[in-house]
Write a protein that binds this ligand. Structure first.
Ligand code: ATP
Ligand code: MG
Length: 401
């Protein structure tokens, strides 16, 4: 029995009132982007659900893609049939028969969103249930915990049959919450933070600080590979690579060693904020987790955050490292993050950075040198590249949009 479509349920977006159309449109865009390798599919979207019409494309591969799309609560491979009792009986039998293994049980879950159909829910249960029991020897009913749950949904335009509900990724469609800049290092945390921000609907552009020759091409490669992983979620990601060597050297010369890390972070945040402004973002996302290292104490964040009023989102702030690693594994970034590399921050980090830096002190130290022109130059010299996922290199992935 071949399913001809996949029914997609929206979950959280259906609670979004007047914004719903916008959310549905963003989700449709995500779905079409993820399914671009399947040119024959059609996407039909309505206020409360979406259908992917397979048109002969590989349903199993499409299901795998759908599992990763934010904004989908659950989905079901389904068959559309005419509102005709005989057709319904026949197709239900074919479907259950194709799934049935000896000794299995079933139940029917009818739903009528349109009440004009000739059978009510009891009638559907009796007519279809009876037909199945008569024609599949050994099949038994179990309404509590059936092996096969045949959902029959009667709508105005047709009846839909499905037997399986697959959990979606949840969250909100990408782009439905606006744009943010992700400060992406080569570490474990920031790609996970980016992933979680995307899950809540943020469109992400990544910003990476690069300090050649202290950090090598290999560490740049690493960040590009991490970006490729994040690009899988939406088809592409913009990466800004900021030349940071001169600023780090100036910091080393101008700022007392135990405050150099605090100033480094402040400069990074100022530059990221400038890039954000130029690209119309509304927030900055980092991979910070409270107390993990010296730069991530609450005193440090207080001293660093002073340089901007832009919301700095820290999706990992309350998470333990083991939980962060678990997500990194799931999204397949852990292996890349674990590759050896030189991080510009670790290279210049003093042996004993202040764990409780003071705002007044860091302001005082920075007041002897005008960093502004250097920051401006770094923004000017920033290299911006659009990264595509690895497996999509040769395809016309973005043609649809
Ligand atoms: P990560 O695993 O993401 O590197 P971390 O635990 O190593 O995080 P830090 O090195 O203190 O923590 O960095 C804190 C955050 O600052 C990072 O999560 C990232 O958002 C940002 N950051 C650090 N280094 C860079 C860099 N070279 N380029 C861009 N952002 C950076
Ligand atoms: Mg790091």
């Amino acid at each position: 029995m071949n399913y001809d479509r996949i029914l997609i349920r929206y979950g959280e977006i259906s609670t979004k009132g007047r914004n719903r159309n916008k959310f549905v449109e963003k989700l449709r865009k995500s779905v079409r982007s993820a399914l671009a390798p399947f040119p024959k599919i059609k996407v039909e979207a309505s206020r409360d659900r979406m259908y992917v019409l397979l048109n002969g494309e590989n349903g199993i591969e499409i299901i795998e893609k759908l599992k990763n799309i934010f904004g989908i609560q659950s989905f079901s491979p389904a068959i559309k049939v005419d509102r005709d009792v005989e057709v319904l009986k026949q197709t239900s039998l074919e479907l259950v028969h194709s799934l049935y293994r000896e000794g299995q049980t079933f139940k029917i879950t009818p739903k009528r969103s349109d009440k004009t159909f000739e059978l009510n829910t009891d009638g559907i249960n009796q007519t279809i249930g009876g037909h199945l029991l008569k024609n599949i020897p050994g099949l038994k009913v179990d309404v509590r915990d059936p092996d096969i749950n045949l959902r029959i949904e009667v709508r105005k335009e047709a009846i839909y049959l499905s037997c399986e509900t697959i959990q979606g990724a949840g969250g909100l469609p990408i782009g439905s919450s606006g744009k943010a800049m992700l400060m992406l290092s080569g570490g474990i945390d920031s790609p996970v933070a980016g992933y979680l921000a995307m899950k809540r609907g943020l469109e992400i552009e990544a910003v990476h600080f690069f300090s050649p020759p202290f950090t090598s091409e290999r560490s740049k490669e690493k960040v590009i590979d991490l970006s490729k992983k994040l690009a899988e979620i939406y088809g592409s990601i913009t990466l800004h690579i900021v030349p940071f060597t001169d600023i780090q050297q100036a910091i080393r010369e101008q700022i007392p060693e135990n405050y150099s890390m605090t100033t480094t972070r402040r400069m990074m945040l100022r530059i990221t904020d400038e890039i954000r402004k130029n690209h119309e973002g509304l927030a900055i996302v980092t991979g910070e987790s409270l107390g993990q290292v010296a730069s991530q104490t609450i005193e440090s964040m207080y001293a660093i955050n002073e340089v901007t009023n832009t919301p700095v989102l820290r999706p990992l702030i309350t998470m333990d490292k083991t939980d962060i690693i678990k997500i990194a594994q799931e999204i397949d970034t852990l292996e890349i993050s674990n590759r050896p590399f030189e991080d510009c921050c670790t290279i210049f980090v003093p042996s004993s950075p202040k764990t409780k830096p003071k705002r007044e002190k860091v302001q005082h130290y920075e007041s002897f040198f005008d960093f502004e022109p250097m920051l401006h130059e770094a923004v000017q010299e920033t290299e911006t590249i659009v990264i595509k996922p690895d497996n999509e290199k040769d395809s016309d992935f973005n043609v649809l949009f």
